[in-house]
Ligand binder design. Sequence first.
Ligand code: CA
Length: 446
Amino acid sequence: MNRRRFCKLAGMGLAGAVVGNFGCSAGSVGNASRQKAQPPNIIIIMADDLGYGDIGCYGSTKIKTPNIDALAKGGLLFTDYHSNGAVCSPTRAALLTGRYQQRCGVEEVVFANGPARETGMSLDEVTFAEVLGKAGYATGIFGKWHLGYKVEFNPAKQGFDEFIGYVSGNVDYHSHIDGAGIEDWWKNVKKVPEEGYVTDLITEHGVDFIERHRDGPFCLYLPHEAPHYPYQGRKDPPERLGGKKKGKKTPAGEIPRAYKEMVEVMDEGIGRIVEAVRRHGLQDNTFIFFCSDNGANKQGSNGALAGFKGSLWEGGHRVPAVAYWPGRIKPDTVTNEPVLGMDLFATMVSLAGARMPRGLSLDGVDLAPLLLEGKGLPGRMLFWRFRKQKAVRKGPWKLLVIEDGVKLFNLAEDLGEENDLAGDKPQIVAELKAELAAWEREISRR
Ligand SMILES: [Ca+2]
C-alpha cells in the first residue's frame, strides 16, 4: 500500500515521505548510527486505550494534540503499528519482555477483582529495564504497571530503579483508588499517597527523572492512564472515594468533553517532557517513542478501522505510534511496515549498544535499520490471540479467526476489513491457518 492509498483509506492527510517496505524517498540519515557516542537516552511514552483516530496526526479534528503531532512532523509516523494485545496487560507483558505475551502466560487483563489480583508477570521474565540497567542506564517508570498487584510483582522487582504510579489497570484520576476500591499509588514497593491529577503527576515525575539523570544514559518509561476510564478532566470530581463509597461519576453526556481533555492534557505533558529534554540539550541523543497499548473503546475513535479494544479486528490493536530522534530519524516520514510493540525491546537494546542476555530469545525484531536508515524489515508472520479470537498477518493478508468463522482480508486494499476474501482465496487461508497452528504449538512450549 502506498502512502496516498493509506491516507485515502484512513481518511488522513499525512504529509511525510514514506520509508520502509514501500519507501523510496527516505534513504539513510547518514552514518551517524555507526559512530561511537554516549548511548542514547530512551523515552517510551504509552497512552492507554488511545485509538487510531484519536490524535491530530492520525486525522482527528476534534482532539488537539500539537505536541504528539510535532513529534510526528519531526520524526517517523507508523501506519501499521500494533499493540501485541487488544487489552492492557498482555501488551505490557510483550513490551517489557520483547516476546509474545503468551510465553509468559499474561494473556488476560490482570483484573483488580477476583483471583487475578493475586497473579502477576513472573520475575523469571527478563525485562528491557533489566537489560538496560545492566548496561548502565538509570531506569524509571512513572504511571501504570498492570502486571501484578502484589509487592512481589512490583516494577522495582523487574529492573526499574524508580517507580511512582499505580499497579492496577486504572485508578481514579484524583483519588488514585482502583477498581476494587483500594488506594493504589506507589513509590517503589511502598504505598506513598500523593495529591494530584494522574496525568500531571506522570508528567511531573518524568520531567524530574530527566532532570536528575540528565548526565545519562537513562531509560524513561511513561505509561499514561489517558484516555482510559474513569472519564475525568482536571476539574471533575473524584468518582471513587475508597471501599464502596462513590463520588460523582461523569455523566454520559459529559464523556466526550472529558475524553478530549484527557488526551489533550497528556499531549500537553508530552510537550513538557520534550521541553525538558531540550532544556538540558539532550535532544540529539534521546530517542522518543510514543504509542498506545490497544485500540479505543466506543468513547474514542479508531478512524477507518473496524472493531474496538478487546477485539482482533484492526481497531482493537492497530494504534498510533511515532518515533522521534532529531538528526537520526528523518523528519516528516511515514512507514507502512507492520510493527508490533514487542519489537521495542530489541530496538532499545540495539540503540543502547547493550548486550542481550545469553540464552534470551526474543520474538520482536530490531527496528533500528528502519528507524535510522529507512530500510525495510525482514518479512515475517505476526500473530495475535485473545480469548476466542486469533489473527495472523503475512504482508497485506490477515486471517481473522472469530466465533462466527474464518475471515481473510487484504489490508492494503481494505483497511476497514469489509471484504472477506476467505471464499476466494482458499490457498492463502490454508497457509495462514497452518502458520497459526504452528505458532500456537511453538508458544505453548515453555
Ligand atoms: Ca489499555
